[in-house]
Every structure is written in C-alpha cells, then in structure tokens.
Design a protein around this ligand. Structure first.
Ligand SMILES: *Cc1c(COP(=O)(O)O)cnc(C)c1O
Length: 397
C-alpha cells in the first residue's frame, strides 16, 4: 500500500490530499480496497455516480457503444447525440442543449451563451456584459470561473482574472436586485451550494430571484451539476421551488460515473446565439458519451431515484438529527445531499473522515467544518442505518 501511495505522491501534482485508501473495485453503494476491505461510499464521487458504481445498464450501454464507434467529432453527425439531447430536453423541459464534457466546461459555455445573448439579443454594449454570482459559490476551476470565487485558496497566484462578475450574498434577494444594472445579463447560481457546505437557501428566496431576474430581463442560470439528476429529491432542484430557470447546467451524474458528460440547456432564443464555429469541443456529444448519458438518465427515471432520494434523504437526516451529538453545530439537507457541520471547538471535519474511513465509510469534508454525505441514490435504509451507527460512534469519541 505504501508503495502505491508513494509512487502516486512522487509523480502526481499535489493538487489533492486524498484519504489513505486505495480503491480497486466498486459495485452499487460499495467500494473495496486492495486488501478486500469493503467501504460504504458516502461521497459518490461528488455526485458523479448517483446511479451507483458500475450500474449494469450503463456499463452495458458503454460496452455496446464501444463495439460500434466511440468518437466521430462534431465535424460529422453520429446516431447517438440526437437521441441523448432529445431525452435531456424532454426531462428538463428546455428547447435545446449543447453537450460538453466536464462541469467547468459547461459553466464556461453558459457564461459565453449569456454574454452573447446579452450583446445580440438584450442589446448590452460589446464587452460590457456583467454576470452576477453568489458569495461562497463553486462552479469549477477554470481561470474565468475562479475569477468570481470567494475562496482565497482557489485564486491565490492564479491571476490575472476575468472581469465582468459581481458577487452578492447567497439567500438575500434584495442585495441581488440592488446589484442589477443596465449591463447585467445573467445570474449564475447553485440551487443549493454544494462545495460551500450544503447551504440551502431560505424559503421563498428562489421564487423572488426568479421574479427579480424576469422583471429585469436577466437570465437565471442554475448550476445543477451537483444538485441535478435526483440528488436533492427531485429530478432537478428548481422543481422544489416551482420555478424554471432560463438556463440549466448539468454534469457529474449525467455520465453515470463512467464517462465525463455535461451539457447546457436553454431556450431557442438563448441557444440561437451560437452559430457554427462560435463554440465547440472535440469530445462534446461524442457517441460513447451520448450512449452513456442516455442510459444514465434512463436509470434515474426507471428506478425512480429522485423519489428514493427524497424519502431516504429525509430518513438519513432524521436519523442523524436523532443522534443529538454535542459535536454537531447544524445538519442541513435536501434529499440525499446532507451536510453535518462540526463545531469548531471539536476539531476539523477531516479528522472525522479519517475515523470513518477506519470504520468502513468513505466521505469527504467540505470547507473545514462540514461532513458531506451524498451517497449513491440507490442506497437502502438498512445501509443508512448501518452508516448512522458508525457515524454516531465516531461523533461520540
Ligand atoms: C463539481 C461542480 C462543478 C465542476 O464540475 P467539474 O466536472 O469538476 O468541472 C461545477 N459546479 C458545481 C455546482 C459542481 O458541484
């Protein structure tokens, strides 16, 4: 074990600090290390594997497609992308989709779409478009995206940054309205802040946000890369709010934990700003990605994973609250997206992740104090019960 870790550390850039476990196999909600020790996966690759590890239908779709053709590039049509995007538009209720690979690329795509819509449709002067974002956001790691991060570590040393972004407090609709000016083209927002520590906005906030953005003709862009595809107990988070954004960004579980697939969805009016050559990606919408994504969406629908997430998320959060651990400051959740904030006086969340690892549970802290539990959505109540006993044990030490 030490050899593999030292080799990895020797040759890889140190941009991650993984827990000391080497995973070699995964199935459903379980993963195994080199020595055959079994762990319950309560991270699910940051929600990239909502369907569970190696879901047989997704693996089969990938295998079948690999036997036919994997990439064509967008210079030619393939027989899989249309089917994928039609399903995605159908389940989200949007007119058009633009496929990319990673989440950050899809966020970049949404920024480009919003800016171009601003200049071509709304009539904002060229190079003047402003996009409002929220404090404590996480939208990815490209230079443009970190330009509007409020996390010092994500930015230090990486400047100069991309201008054109204003950050306002998450959860305060009045601050948002005050920040809107004549050049504002969009508000980019996470329905629940994930990396920021599972921050659920106050009731009624998103409804006001929708009303304000509509009134000022500002595009409401929901980054549902983490909250989407069942994670919060609805297929997409905006369903909870009974509103519809103007643009939707999806990623992570869209690839079923098998292959990176992301997409931006919007109306004909917004997507219509893209002309051939304006934007692209070599791998975006390739037939393998499309086949995997189609199967990934179908599994979420067929197995009613959103409903399962709602019910089991409630159950998991209730069981955690019943622990009444004196170490816990707050428990926040929506569906199977659960944050347990540890009191500062009880040390950082990392320590508890290390203890849970020994007990056969994988999870990862976010923002020093918060333990995040986001298991595959196929998790069963018995597995939750098993996990809660271990968590209780660790939090009582
Ligand atoms: C993970 C994440 C991203 C970035 O996705 P990558 O695939 O890592 O580039 C963007 N937004 C949100 C809300 C995320 O959780």
């Amino acid at each position: 074990m030490q050899k593999i870790i030292s080799e990895t550390e020797r040759y890889s850039a140190r941009n991650y600090h993984p827990l000391p476990v080497i995973l070699t196999k995964g199935e459903g909600v379980w993963v195994w290390d080199k020595n055959g020790k079994k762990y319950l996966d309560l991270l699910a690759a940051y929600s990239a594997v909502n369907q569970g590890h190696r879901h047989p239908k997704i693996i089969q779709a990938a295998k079948d497609q690999m036997e036919r053709i994997t990439i064509t590039s967008r210079a030619f049509h393939n027989d899989k992308m249309g089917e994928f995007l039609s399903l995605l538009c159908d389940v989200t209720g949007f007119d058009k989709a633009l496929p990319m690979n990673t989440g950050a690329e899809a966020v970049e795509t949404s920024i480009k779409a919003a800016r171009k819509w601003g200049s071509k449709v709304k009539g904002v002067a060229e190079n003047k478009a402003e996009i409002i974002v929220c404090d404590n956001n996480f939208h990815g790691r490209t230079v443009t995206i970190i330009s509007f991060s409020s996390e010092e570590q994500y930015k230090t040393g990486f400047g100069p940054f991309t201008p054109g972004f204003i950050s306002v407090e998450f959860g305060d609709a009045q601050k948002l309205e005050e920040a809107i000016g004549e050049n504002t083209v969009a508000l980019l927002i996470e329905p629940v802040q994930g990396e920021g520590g599972v921050i659920v906005p106050p009731d009624g906030y998103m409804k006001k946000v929708r009303e304000i953005t509509e009134r000022h003709r500002v595009l409401l862009v929901f980054d549902e890369i983490q909250t989407g595809l069942g994670r919060t107990g609805e297929l997409f988070s905006y369903v909870h709010e009974n509103i519809k954004p103007d643009m939707l960004i999806v990623g992570k579980a869209l690839g079923g934990g098998v292959y990176p697939v992301s997409a931006v969805l919007s109306s004909e009016e917004v997507m219509g700003v893209f002309k051939p050559g304006d934007h692209g990606s070599t791998f975006g919408g390739n037939p393998l990605a499309s086949a995997v994504a189609t199967a990934s969406i179908e599994v979420i629908l067929d197995e009613k994973l959103s409903e399962k997430s709602k019910e089991n998320g409630r159950y998991f959060a209730k069981r955690l609250k019943e622990m009444e651990s004196p170490m816990v400051k707050e428990i926040r959740s929506r569906g199977l997206m659960i944050g347990v904030e540890i009191k500062k006086s009880c040390g950082t969340a990392r320590k508890y992740c290390e203890l849970l690892l020994e007990e056969g549970i994988l999870c990862k802290e976010t923002h020093d104090q918060t333990l995040r539990f986001t298991p595959p959505l196929i998790i069963e109540k018995e597995e939750i019960d098993w996990a809660v006993e271990k968590i209780k044990d660790v939090l009582s030490r």
